[in-house]
Design a protein around this ligand. Structure first.
Ligand code: DGJ
Length: 393
């Protein structure tokens, strides 16, 4: 039966009210929809776009085509050895990260350098504008050999997120002397055989004078904790803990970033530095490192230089406040220049949890400056607006 028009009005009115409510509720629920993260929460769990804690430890970040790409070690529940490979995430705001998958997977072929169960640490990716290739370096330890291999692994891709093709591993600069080693040091007759005990004063003096450089001259220098740095002129450098973790090296890479030019220096000989992270501000180079205490935190160190080739000068720990002597229970991994903001640098560090490596958290803090030197202060929560204020304390 057809409704009369006077019966239609209440029906239409009810329909109109119901629709209005739906629209209003829709608007409301849009307002309440989570907007994603708008802050950094150092030390807290950091869910990715799939609500899973980010798994990119000992990492580094490449800014490319207006997007940040975070590469890091995929850590597992019960082991720090590589079961998966180098993981990748992308972000446009630095707070919210989308998983991009595994950029360089471990290999299932027995005897491969990157066989499942090897150690792949501190991966860093840089972009070579000339070859238009993305180049990935990481600290490699061979399966079942502990930390004795002390090699660097190199992989390459045409696409930022990978998959990366593993090229080779090596110990850098075989057959080359550091630029800052004297003729007397090169020609010293002291060898390992002259020291039955390590850590004596004489041994330390010999280390300072290049005992390990001479030992490893033919086969290449040891390379463990590492980072990469691309300078304003496009030259790239590999910075790594060498000489049994006693001395840092800064080595120039070839124009295609795939090998070494043989030009390198030693920094802080015998100083026991790991976890190097570097940035450049106003033409000056700054490097933050850690001491060597395994997975346990220690006090950060700060170095500056007017040239990448040194001399590098050491300054007091840049951390201040509670737990400064433990770098707020973390270890440096990278220093990220924030795109589009002047003098805005983020100190990235890892708070390791070796009993459950996958749960390790990230300590990101803004770098502030005092008398021209970096200062790191603990913050429970912060965001990029901190860089809109003057960061000179
Ligand atoms: C400290 C290093 O910084 C880490 O990357 C890792 O190699 C651990 N040592 C292993 O003990």
């Amino acid at each position: 039966m057809k409704p009369q028009s006077n019966q239609l009005y209440p029906i239409l009115f009810t329909f109109f009210c119901a629709s209005l409510m739906v629209v209003l509720m829709g608007c409301n629920s849009k307002k309440e929809e989570p907007q994603g993260f708008q802050n950094f929460n150092p030390g807290q769990s950091w869910p990715d776009a799939d609500s899973v804690h980010i798994n990119a430890h000992g990492g580094g970040i490449l800014f490319h085509d207006n997007t940040y790409y975070w590469f890091g070690e995929y850590k597992s529940e019960h082991t720090s050895s590589a079961q998966v490979g180098v993981n990748c995430y992308s972000s446009t705001d630095l707070y919210n990260w989308k998983p991009e998958g595994v950029a360089l997977p471990v290999s299932d072929s027995i005897g491969s350098d990157i066989e499942t169960g090897c150690v792949m640490e501190r991966p860093k990716v840089i972009y070579n504008a000339k070859t238009q290739q993305f180049v990935l370096y990481f600290h490699l330890e061979l399966k079942g050999k502990g930390y004795s291999a002390a090699r660097v692994g190199i992989a390459v891709s045409d696409k930022v997120t990978g998959p990366y093709t593993y090229l080779r591993s090596l110990r850098p600069n075989a057959g080359f002397w550091p630029q800052n080693m004297t003729e007397a040091q090169k020609n010293s007759s002291l060898t390992m055989a002259d020291f039955s005990d390590w850590w004596t004063d004489d041994w330390m003096a010999a280390v300072h004078d290049g005992l390990f450089i001479r030992r490893d001259f033919e086969g290449g220098q040891m390379s463990r904790d590492m980072t990469l740095f691309v300078d304003d002129d496009g030259k790239a450098y590999h910075i790594y803990s060498s000489e049994e973790n006693l001395t840092l090296h800064i080595a120039e890479l070839s124009d295609d970033y795939l090998s070494y030019t043989g030009k390198y220096i030693r920094v802080a000989p015998g100083g026991h530095n790991e976890a190097p992270a570097i940035f450049k501000k106003d033409g000056k180079y700054f490097m933050i490192t850690s001491g060597c205490t395994g997975w346990d935190p220690n006090a950060a160190r700060l170095f500056t230089a007017e040239s990448i080739w040194g001399p590098w000068e050491q300054h007091p720990n840049p951390c201040v406040g509670d737990d400064a002597d433990l770098t707020f229970h973390s270890q440096s991994t990278y220093i990220l220049p924030v795109a589009g903001k002047d003098d805005a640098f983020i100190f990235m560090a890892d708070r390791w949890t070796p009993k459950k490596p996958i749960e390790a958290s990230y300590i990101w803090l803004p770098i502030q400056f005092e008398n021209g030197l970096p200062v790191l202060k603990w913050m429970d929560q912060w965001n990029l607006s901190i860089f809109d204020e003057s960061n000179e304390l």
